[in-house]
Design a protein around this ligand. Structure first.
Ligand SMILES: *[C@@H]1O[C@H](CO)[C@@H](O)[C@H](O)[C@H]1NC(C)=O
Ligand SMILES: *[C@@H]1O[C@H](CO)[C@@H](O)[C@H](O)[C@H]1NC(C)=O
Ligand SMILES: *[C@@H]1O[C@H](CO)[C@@H](O)[C@H](O)[C@H]1NC(C)=O
Ligand SMILES: *[C@@H]1O[C@H](CO)[C@@H](O)[C@H](O)[C@H]1NC(C)=O
Ligand SMILES: *[C@@H]1O[C@H](CO)[C@@H](O)[C@H](O)[C@H]1NC(C)=O
Ligand SMILES: *[C@@H]1O[C@H](CO)[C@@H](O)[C@H](O)[C@H]1NC(C)=O
Ligand SMILES: *[C@@H]1O[C@H](CO)[C@@H](O)[C@H](O)[C@H]1NC(C)=O
Ligand SMILES: *[C@@H]1O[C@H](CO)[C@@H](O)[C@H](O)[C@H]1NC(C)=O
Ligand SMILES: *[C@@H]1O[C@H](CO)[C@@H](O)[C@H](O)[C@H]1NC(C)=O
Ligand SMILES: *[C@@H]1O[C@H](CO)[C@@H](O)[C@H](O)[C@H]1NC(C)=O
Length: 815
């Protein structure tokens, strides 16, 4: 989701609705005296006097305001009081006020991907709160592989979001996280996601959603706060289902193409096999709902196997019936209009409206339902009950947010305000996230870390070096106090010289090349910052090349030749880059990836280069070579098809050459791993399993058969879990925390078995020359399984290999 409306303004695609939906927001300069006046006079009052439902003395006597009743009864009572026209006006992201019942307008669309963001109309940075912490873009925080960090980030964002709500500058319903799989390296929005691995995306989803939503406080040691599977949430009136904020799992599903070749996300029909659906595209959404307890799901623009996601009855039924979803389903913005206008799937606007309401969508981001629902009812295509069902799901969430329980300012979290935004603690957390995510890709001859006392002169080269707008990536808000990479380096070496080399990251002409060469030639330490910006990868825009944009590579070469000593190459951006040239070039001593590091990125880069911390992040996505761009982006298959020359996707299936592999990352120390204890055999006979769960099919190599355990609700999965005890020795002089990734592969395989897959991860601190010991819980059903061609999850029996770096441990799973 959703459009940056401003950006689309001059585009001429066939979607005028989107441009009209929200006027582009202009930044107005408010004179300082007026601003102060606003701050002290108008704004606090605006928040405090804000309208809310059930406001005494006139509007608190409706039965839907009676907090002794269950939420379900209150919601039904409210719906029973609405006329058809009033009901229809609730089906848009800007839900209309109903003055006679005391309901103010409610804006459903706010954004909070990596900090409160201004992309939706719900968030406004024009009141007493004019900035919010811009944490690193998700792909960088993901590289930390630290669940405690992910939960802390989501909680900090929730607090800033709630503070903005209290100041009347945001809603309570936020449309994050983006948990689609980073399937293709060109995807413009891969940066917004936790990467290509479904297990990591699932865990990230659970952490973000549960920490963001929790009403009853937050225990950083726990991952699960609200479990969504219970049918009891709305019935009991207890506080199980209550929410501090509402998060949204998006975009459901198989959405990961913006605009590539002749394909656009608005009309793309993703052809997905049952096998890929089951073990790649659905797991993050299943976890987000079942374990994360998400209260919102967003259906995507694209079609899935010929049916628009928002009209996909099977997919939208599954979430409620199998996963216990009790939230609301919103469309991506204008995703209903396109079903008729662009996809021609429906033969009239009314049919489009009927298709989505009957499939289970509850609210439309956009105005299409406002315009066409009444006529759809008149034509008998939509029943009032369909609308009532949507309203039930919508209002239930607002009730769970306690929006109908009286003055929000007097409730729990009602005291949060400007003083809780851009706090020292949140800035510290932004530092932590960026530090933990940084990935060291090359460090020849121990070029890094630099020693401050040894650096007499330093130069920073590159178009992003002196710019703050490149730090946050997509869905950034207004930062509290951003510092450029140059500012960061100058904190260490005040005389650091700078040359941009190109006007911007597109680097169409390297007209600053001569100057860059001159500046670099005069310095003892040269740092070049290269890579991407939103001009290369963003919403509605995929890349066509994995190489550095424009003349950037030329710039790096020229500077490398001029530099007295091998230089340090800093890479920015979310998507993988083919920097094979730099990997092999001895004039480039070190390469470090900083993603979009957020507002403290400048300082964190300097800290990394000077060794104030030890880099320990790992790539959450495979870095493919440029030759991958011959693979059609619209081919959704995860599995390789060697006979058709198709190499497959992601570390689980990709068979081609790589630049840097998934999970790659160095540090200033060297670590060695040992399996201290792990089972060598797991016997199903010990568990309460039934023989009927064992099945077999031909082995992929074409000889013999493979026995496997079918995984369904009856499989005794808990009995199969085991713990692996691992020791981590730091054989270096520098302490460090780093990510540990445990993979497994099985000896035998059926068609489409992954080459290997992640079964556990953690982040561990180890003192210099010290040893740490950690436990990892492995759930074979969940993590060592994969889908067969029928789309059923299975666990192959026989020998499996657990892998930790170069260390392996054999484990037999037998019946
Ligand atoms: C609220 O509901 C409870 C339970 O049905 C009822 O006893 C009570 O009278 C109601 N309160 C008001 C003010 O209507
Ligand atoms: C902030 O912007 C919103 C939407 O544009 C507007 O309705 C509101 O009046 C503005 N508030 C202030 C204090 O300028
Ligand atoms: C979380 O765990 C740590 C270490 O086990 C402990 O010191 C801390 O008190 C725990 N925090 C909470 C809120 O339970
Ligand atoms: C796009 O469509 C045109 C016209 O149908 C076709 O010639 C071209 O090959 C297509 N390009 C791609 C990348 O599919
Ligand atoms: C809704 O209808 C109004 C009035 O006919 C029109 O101006 C507007 O463009 C329509 N919007 C959508 C999203 O169809
Ligand atoms: C960096 O940018 C700022 C303003 O954006 C400018 O004032 C300053 O001169 C620039 N510094 C260098 C070294 O180019
Ligand atoms: C990048 O710089 C070029 C000039 O070299 C300019 O034409 C182009 O508009 C700039 N792009 C952006 C996004 O500012
Ligand atoms: C980054 O992208 C933004 C948005 O396209 C553009 O305004 C800005 O000039 C770019 N900055 C650089 C250094 O390329
Ligand atoms: C199976 O059960 C036996 C007896 O309770 C026990 O000794 C053995 O360790 C168990 N094996 C596994 C793999 O759990
Ligand atoms: C994980 O993140 C938390 C929160 O930032 C941090 O306190 C902790 O030290 C990190 N763990 C490791 C091993 O780095």
């Amino acid at each position: 989701m959703p459009f940056k409306i401003k950006k689309l303004k001059n585009k001429t695609r066939a979607l005028p609705l989107i441009q009209r939906m929200q006027p582009p927001r202009r930044r107005r300069k408010i004179p300082l005296p007026l601003l102060l006046l606003l701050l002290f006079a108008v704004l606090p009052a605006a928040g405090a006097n804000r309208d809310f439902p059930c406001k005494p003395p006139h509007f608190n006597s409706f039965p839907f305001c009676n907090t002794s009743l269950s939420i379900a009864d209150r919601v039904r009572s409210l719906i029973s009081l609405l006329t058809l026209q009033e009901k229809i006006k609730q089906l848009s992201n800007t839900a209309a006020a109903v003055p006679r019942l005391g309901l103010p307008l409610y804006e459903w669309w706010s954004e909070s991907l990596h900090g409160v963001a201004g992309n939706g109309p719900g968030v406004r940075f024009n009141g007493s709160i004019s900035t919010a912490t811009v944490f690193p873009q998700v792909i960088l925080s993901a590289a930390s592989f630290n669940r405690t960090l992910w939960r802390a980030l989501a909680r900090a964002i929730a607090i800033e979001a709630r503070a903005m709500y209290n100041a009347d500058q945001a809603g309570l319903t936020f449309w994050a996280p983006n948990i689609n799989i980073f399937r293709d390296p060109r995807w413009g929005r891969g940066q917004e996601t936790p990467g290509e691995d479904p297990m990591v995306a699932s865990v990230y989803a659970v952490d973000y959603v549960s920490a963001f939503q929790s009403q009853s406080g937050w225990n950083p040691n726990e991952s699960l706060f609200i479990r969504g599977s219970s049918r009891r949430i709305l019935g009991e009136g207890g506080d199980r289902g209550l929410l501090m904020m509402s998060a949204c799992c998006k975009h459901y599903t198989a959405y990961d193409l913006e605009k590539w070749g002749n394909f656009t996300r608005y009309t793309f029909d993703a052809q997905v096999s049952d096998q890929d659906m089951e073990d790649t595209f659905q797991p993050p959404f299943r976890s987000c709902i079942k374990e994360g307890g998400a209260s919102c799901l967003m259906c995507s623009y694209n079609q899935v196997n010929g049916v628009p996601s928002c009209a996909h009855g099977d997919l939208l039924t599954e979430i409620r019936e199998q996963w216990g979803f009790e939230g609301y389903v919103t469309s991506d913005c204008d995703a209903v209009a396109i079903i008729f206008e662009d996809q021609k799937y429906a033969s009239s606007p009314e049919d489009a409206v009927a298709d989505v309401l009957k499939a289970g969508m509850d609210i439309n981001c956009g105005k299409y339902l406002l315009n066409h629902t009444e006529s759809a009812v008149k034509l008998g295509k939509v029943k009032e009950e369909d609308i009532d069902r949507a309203l039930f799901n919508l209002f239930s969430v607002l009730f769970r947010l306690k929006l109908f329980d009286g003055n929000p300012a007097k409730q729990q979290y009602g005291e949060l305000g400007a003083g809780n935004v851009c706090t020292k603690e949140h800035r510290q957390l932004a530092f932590e996230a960026a530090r933990q995510g940084v990935v060291l890709l090359k460090n020849e001859g121990g070029r890094l870390p630099l020693r401050r006392s040894n650096v007499a002169s330093m130069a920073l080269i590159g178009p992003a070096g002196n710019r703050t707008e490149v730090l946050g990536g997509g869905y950034s808000g207004v930062s509290c106090d951003p510092k450029t990479l140059l500012d960061g380096l100058r904190d260490y070496v005040p005389s650091t010289a700078f040359a941009a080399g190109c006007a911007n990251t597109s680097c169409v002409t390297a007209n600053g090349l001569k100057e860059a060469v001159r500046v670099a030639g005069a310095a003892e330490v040269v740092v070049v910052v290269a890579g991407l910006n939103l001009t290369e990868e963003t919403e509605d825009h995929d890349r066509v090349s994995l190489l550095l944009p424009g003349k950037q590579e030329e710039l790096v070469h020229a500077v490398a030749s001029a530099s007295k000593k091998p230089l340090v190459l800093v890479l920015m951006g979310g998507g993988p880059l083919d920097v094979s040239f730099a990997k092999e070039d001895s004039r480039i001593a070190a390469i470090i990836w900083i993603g979009y590091p957020g507002e403290v990125g400048g300082q964190v880069l300097a800290e990394a280069l000077f060794g104030d911390f030890n880099p320990g992040g790992r790539l959450p996505v495979t870095w493919y070579p440029e030759s991958f761009t011959t693979v059609p982006m619209n081919d959704m298959n995860m599995r390789a098809n060697p006979s058709g020359g198709y190499p497959g996707r992601t570390y689980r299936f990709y068979t081609g050459r790589i630049v840097y592999e998934y999970g790659y990352g160095l540090s200033y120390s060297s670590y060695a791993y040992k399996f201290l204890s792990a089972p060598s055999k797991i016997s199903l006979a010990n568990s309460s399993f039934s023989e009927a769960l064992i099945d077999r099919e031909p082995a992929s190599e074409g000889h013999g058969e493979v026995d496997y355990l079918r995984i369904d609700e009856t499989t005794p999965c808990e009995d199969l879990q085991f713990t692996v005890k691992i020791s981590v020795a730091n054989n270096g002089e520098m302490e460090g925390s780093h990510a540990i990734l445990l993979f497994s592969r099985s000896d035998k395989s059926i068609r489409g078995s992954p080459k290997r897959q992640l079964v556990g991860f953690d982040r561990v601190f180890t003192a210099a020359n010290g040893v740490s010991v950690i436990d990892m819980l492995v759930d074979p059903c969940k993590h060592m399984s994969s889908a067969n061609e029928k789309g059923k999850l299975i666990l192959v029996l026989g020998a499996h290999m657990l892998m930790l770096g170069d260390t392996e441990h054999e484990l037999l799973i037998c019946s």
